[in-house]
Every structure is written in C-alpha cells, then in structure tokens.
Design a protein. Structure first.
Length: 119
C-alpha cells in the first residue's frame, strides 16, 4: 500500500534549523501536490507548506520567510527546511500527498515526526 514516511524531526533550540524529509512509495509521486502540516497539542492540524506538481509553493504568514518546501520527483521525496525555529513551531509534522485520480480526489498521510523547539 501507499506509504509516506517522515523523518528528520527532533529537539532543537530556538533559532535553530531542521530539515524534514518525507519519502513516498507505491504512488506516482509526480502527480501529487505535497503538503506539510503540523499539529500542536490541543490545536487543530494546520498547513505549513505545500508544493504543487509544477513546483508552486504556498506558506502561511506564520512561517513565510523561515520555511522552504522542495521536492525531488526522482527520489519520491519532499523536504521541509525550517530555519529560525520558534517554540510555537513545536508539534507533530505530517506530510500529505493530494491528487485527483480518474476524477476521484485521493489523499495520503504520513505518520508524523515530532519537532520540539525548546531551550
């Protein structure tokens, strides 16, 4: 079955950086819009970055200028470079693959990776 596996999370001090990866398998990766979401304790899951099949990117104001999403279709992998991290960036980070296949919207989620920003 389809798998999305995130990696790269961990504990980092405020102002630090992390690079998350999400490796996809058993999907035609290049046709999927890929998104990164995060969920903090007690809060709803929110989008932090997305990248379309044409490499158009989108970020909420809360991370704009600090986060950068990229994809490597040859490796079926999407990345999230996070710089100038703040304590409020703490949460579980999930990747999502989203597409329309034969007129049906399909979406897959990874299992998440924990990011903790703390001194």
């Amino acid at each position: 079955q389809v798998q999305l596996v995130e990696s790269g999370g961990g504990l980092v001090q405020p102002g630090g950086s992390l690079r998350l990866s999400c490796a996809a398998s058993r999907i035609l990766f290049s046709i999927y819009t890929m998104g990164w979401y995060r969920q903090a304790p007690g809060k709803e899951r929110e989008l932090v970055a997305s990248i379309t099949t044409g490499n158009l990117t989108n970020y909420p104001d809360s991370v704009k200028g600090r986060f950068a999403v990229s994809r490597d279709n040859a490796k079926n992998t999407v990345y999230l470079q996070m710089n100038s991290l703040k304590p409020e960036d703490t949460g579980v980070y999930y990747c999502k693959a989203d597409s329309v296949v034969t007129s049906v919207r399909v979406a897959y989620w990874g299992q998440g990776t924990q990011v903790t920003v703390s001194s």
